[in-house]
Design a protein around this ligand. Structure first.
Ligand code: BGC
Length: 348
C-alpha cells in the first residue's frame, strides 16, 4: 500500500513509499483513511525538527488528523462495526494511568508524530477504544475534529480553572492567531456567547479576516498594540513568545490565558517583575494545554453540529486546499493564505 513517510530528524526525507498493509491485533481495528489534515506539527516533522519512528522502523508514516472508515475488526472489538466512519484520537499511553492527554513526555506515543505510524496511508491500524464515531451529517468537515479537540480541551481547561475559584463568567476573549487553531477557538468562544477579538497578520480583506467576521467576531490585522482593553480569556495560537507576552498584558483581572502554540527557544520579557506582580494582584492564570482525549473530540463534534446550524458552510471554508496521494507534495507546502490543507486518500 502507499504511505506518506518521513525519516524523523532528516529534513527533505518526505517520500511516498510502498509499504506492507498493517494487520489489526487484539483490541485494534484496520482503518481505511478517507482524508487527513496537515498541520504545523507535520511541517516540523518534515523539516527534521520533531518526530520519532516506531521501534524497528526507519521511517514514520505521517498523518494524525484523520477521518477514516473501519475496514476490519481485530479480536475482542465490540465498540465499533465495519463501515463506521470514525476519528482516531492521536495519543496512546505507555506505562501511564493518567488520562492519556495528561501523560508526561516519555509516557505516550502519538500516531503520525511520535513512535506510532499515522494515517496518511491507504490503510492504518489503531486501538478501537480510542475511536470516536462521526455522525453522517458531519462527515464532510469531521477531518477538522482533531485540531478542534485541542481547542476544546484548552477552553475547557480555562473554564474549569476559572470556575474552580468562584462563579466566574467570562464575557470576552482575545484570540492570538488566525490559523486553524485560532479560527476554531474563535468559533467555539462565539458559540459559547463570548465577544471575541482575533488578532493576526493577514490583511482585513483576507479569507482569514472574513472567516472571523462571519462568526460575528472582530478581526484586527495589526500588532497587538492597536488592541484596547482587557479580556477574560486569552487564547494564544501564534507560537510567538513576543505575541504571547504582549497578549498576557491584555488579560483581565481573574482572567485565564491558555497557550496552544509551540514556541521556538529563547525570547525575553521586559518588566517581568511588573507582569508577575500584576498576575498576583489580579489572580491571573496562564496554562498550557496539549492534545486531547475522547471527551474533547466528542465536544468538538457537538460544536461542529452547532456551527453548521449557526454559521452554515463556515467549517468547510476552512479547508482551502486538497491534494491526493499522487500529488502529496502539494499537501505539504505552505502559504500564509492557506487555512487547512487536506490530503484525500480513499473515497468514502
Ligand atoms: C497535535 C497534538 C499533539 C501535539 C504534540 C499537535 O499537532 O494536534 O495532538 O499532542 O502536536 O505532538
Amino acid at each position: 500500500m502507499k504511505a506518506v513517510t518521513v525519516i524523523p530528524g532528516v529534513p527533505e526525507s518526505l517520500r511516498l513509499r510502498d509499504v506492507d498493509k498493517p494487520k489489526p491485533g487484539n483490541g485494534q481495528v484496520l482503518l481505511r483513511p478517507i482524508r487527513v489534515g496537515v498541520c504545523g506539527t507535520d511541517k516540523e516533522i518534515i523539516e527534521g525538527k520533531y518526530g520519532k519512528a516506531p521501534p524497528g522502523s526507519q521511517y514514520l508514516i505521517l498523518g494524525h488528523e484523520a477521518l477514516a472508515v473501519v475496514e476490519e475488526l481485530g479480536g475482542g472489538v465490540d465498540n465499533v462495526s465495519v463501515g463506521d466512519v470514525v476519528i482516531p484520537t492521536v495519543r496512546r499511553p505507555v506505562n501511564c494511568n493518567l488520562p492519556v492527554d495528561y501523560c508526561p513526555m516519555g509516557h505516550y506515543v502519538e500516531h503520525g508524530i511520535w513512535g506510532l505510524h499515522g494515517h496518511a496511508a491507504e490503510y492504518s491500524v489503531t486501538d478501537a477504544k480510542y475511536l470516536v464515531k462521526v455522525p453522517k451529517e458531519l462527515v464532510d468537515v469531521a477531518v477538522l475534529t482533531e485540531p478542534l479537540s485541542v481547542v476544546e480541551k484548552g477552553i475547557d481547561v480555562a473554564m474549569s480553572i476559572g470556575r474552580a475559584r468562584f462563579d466566574w463568567k467570562p464575557t470576552n476573549a482575545l484570540i492570538l492567531g488566525a490559523g486553524p487553531i485560532g479560527l476554531l477557538s474563535t468559533m467555539v468562544l462565539r458559540l459559547m456567547g463570548l465577544s471575541t477579538v482575533t488578532v493576526a497578520t493577514r490583511p482585513p480583506d483576507s479569507l482569514k479576516a472574513r472567516l472571523v467576521r462571519d462568526l460575528g467576531g472582530t478581526y484586527v490585522d495589526a500588532a497587538l498594540t492597536s488592541v484596547e482593553g482587557s479580556f477574560d480569556i486569552v487564547v494564544e495560537a501564534t507560537g510567538s513568545p513576543q505575541v504571547t507576552v504582549d497578549g498576557l498584558r491584555h488579560l483581565a483581572p481573574n482572567g485565564v490565558m491558555v497557550l496552544l502554540g509551540v514556541y521556538p527557544p529563547g525570547g525575553s520579557i521586559s518588566n517581568l517583575g511588573d507582569l508577575m506582580t500584576d498576575s498576583v494582584l489580579n489572580n491571573k492564570v496562564i496554562v498550557g494545554s496539549v492534545n486531547a482525549g475522547v471527551k474533547h473530540f466528542e465536544m468538538g463534534l457537538r460544536h461542529m453540529a452547532d456551527a453548521k446550524d449557526r454559521f452554515g458552510d463556515w467549517l468547510s471554508r476552512l479547508i482551502t486546499k486538497r491534494a491526493t496521494l499522487d500529488n502529496y507534495q502539494e499537501a505539504y507546502s505552505w502559504t500564509h493564505e492557506d487555512v487547512k490543507t487536506v490530503l484525500e486518500i480513499n473515497p468514502l
